[in-house]
Design a binder for this molecule. Structure first.
Ligand SMILES: Nc1ncnc2c1ncn2[C@@H]1O[C@H](COP(=O)(O)OP(=O)(O)OP(=O)(O)O)[C@@H](O)[C@H]1O
Ligand SMILES: O=C(O)C1=C[C@@H](O)[C@@H](O)[C@H](O)C1
Length: 457
């Protein structure tokens, strides 16, 4: 039962940090060790959830329908766009019946409600309250940035993503579902009828659209780390790799009947071998995530989520992965915001001022994608600069599966992947958090004290 908020609840993360976690978390490297040394979880009272902060703030595009409402967000005192408007700015114009609409702040079903702790299938998730303090601590420490779950198909990104979003009281979005709804067909059909490249472009555009959101957990597609143009987007948030071994993936899918629902996987002669070779191909790229969570197939979703929470906190403690980058981003966004304010409005993404004398690489990537999708569509290079041999032949997950791994051994792929530093140097660039996030907690506190926005961090 929920009880009233006490001061101890607020202090709990710090108390735990000082006395509890040094035993529980320090130096634990394997998932099993994590489990064994978890701090005793308490059945806790928890504070009322704060009002979600306004997200998705952006200058309205001057389209016919929107021009009447406001040309200057400041004047109207309401400068948040709907999800569709943000998506339109990023080139996603035909959202149709998309899931994405749910994430518009005004219509967010999660707004103002307490977490109900349902698991991925809608069953009550009673144990959730036990590790709510950990979730609260994560929420405080990541300051509203998005969490991107990455990992192999079947690793639990959808299931755990929903639960994590609920626990953090974030929005949740499944990128696969979003694309499927936008294109009006299942991923497998897109791969078969239009080719992998079409899917991959939509993934990148979707990631771009998400850059105007904060406080969102995104369950990405299994191939998201395979494209370097997605990395600046992913690195604008916290990337969590759900690392479930191939055996666990196949066992889960077999027991839930999912394998039957995936015709391409079903067609594999040896599913474990097929998943394993895909895993080998990809693990070097997944390893660019900020947090790797080794999961066990036999653990239920609540246990898995608990491990996810522990690992995120552990990683934030051991080597704060993004603090510096987030700070830089806030500053960049502050400059951008001020420029946009000075202009009164912005009509086109192309008008975003180039940073440091060059084109913003993120925007450049989006533009290139848009152009490419209009024209012939030249063959993309993959990470290591090699031409993508798989092209339309590979049917994503299923394509690799069917080939039983013969094609997927890519020695040297890991070495050829750009280092995280190189990713950082592309500049996470654009889009996250906007005004609220730029100011950050400290800025907001300071604003409260002296009535004006202060530099965050
Ligand atoms: N911890 C868990 N315990 C048992 N089953 C799980 C667990 N997590 C997920 N599952 C089940 O495994 C299957 C795959 O999970 P899920 O769809 O969440 O993975 P995913 O990473 O989103 O996959 P994809 O990338 O293919 O969409 C589902 O049937 C789901 O119910
Ligand atoms: O692993 C992959 O390449 C894919 C996984 C799915 O989530 C979808 O994103 C799509 O089917 C491709």
């Amino acid at each position: 039962m929920m009880e009233s908020f006490s001061r101890l609840d607020l202090l709990y993360p710090w108390i735990r940090k000082r006395w509890g976690r040094c035993v529980a978390l320090a130096g634990s490297t394997s998932a099993r060790e994590d489990e064994a040394s978890s701090p005793p979880l308490r059945s806790t009272t928890y504070p009322p959830w704060p009002e979600p902060r306004v997200e998705g703030r952006f200058v309205r595009p001057q389209t016919q329908s929107l021009a009447a409402s406001s040309s200057s967000p400041e004047e109207e005192g309401n400068n948040e766009n709907t999800a569709e408007e943000n998506a339109a700015i990023w080139g996603l114009t035909d959202l149709g019946n998309s899931n994405f609409g749910k994430f518009g702040s005004e219509r967010d079903p999660h707004r103002n409600i307490r977490p109900q702790f349902l698991d991925g299938r809608g069953a009550p998730w009673k144990e959730g309250a036990d590790f709510l303090p950990e979730l609260m601590e994560i929420k405080m420490r990541i300051q509203g940035v998005n969490v991107y779950l990455v990992g192999m198909p079947g690793s639990g990104k959808t299931t755990l993503g929903r639960m994590l979003a609920e626990g953090l009281q974030y929005r949740w979005m499944d990128l696969d579902q979003f694309i499927e709804q936008k294109l009006g067909k299942a991923a497998t059909k897109v791969f078969e009828e239009d080719g992998e490249e079409v899917w991959r472009k939509q993934e990148t555009l979707g990631m771009g659209a998400l850059q105007t959101y904060v406080q969102t957990v995104v369950s990405t597609g299994g191939g998201i780390m395979q494209r370097k143009e997605n990395l600046p987007f992913l690195h604008s948030g916290l990337i969590v790799w759900l690392d479930l071994p191939p055996e666990g993936i196949v066992a889960r899918m077999q027991s839930s009947g999912e394998i039957e629902k995936r015709p391409l996987l079903k067609a594999a002669l040896d599913p474990v071998q097929a998943v394993r070779s895909l895993y080998e191909e990809r693990k070097g790229n997944y390893a660019l995530a900020d947090v790797r969570v080794v999961l066990r197939g036999e653990d239920d979703a609540v246990k898995c989520l608990k491990r996810v929470a522990h690992r995120i906190i552990e990683e934030l403690d051991l080597r704060p992965p993004k603090a510096k980058m987030w700070e830089e981003k806030r500053n960049k966004m502050k400059n951008l915001w001020e420029t946009m304010k000075a202009k009164g409005s912005m009509t086109d993404i192309n008008e975003v001022p180039a940073e440091e004398g060059g084109e913003n690489p993120t925007i450049g990537a989006i533009k290139a994608l848009n152009q490419d999708s209009k024209g012939e569509g030249e063959k993309k290079k993959d990470w290591g600069g090699k031409a993508d041999k798989r092209g339309q032949k590979k049917k994503g997950f299923g394509g690799a599966v069917r080939k039983g791994g013969e094609e997927s051994s890519q020695e040297g792929r890991q070495e050829s992947a750009p280092a995280t530093a190189a990713v950082g140097s592309q500049g996470v660039g654009f889009g996250l958090g906007l005004e609220e996030y730029m100011r950050g907690e400290e800025g907001r506190r300071k604003e409260g004290e002296d009535g004006e926005v202060a530099e965050a961090a």
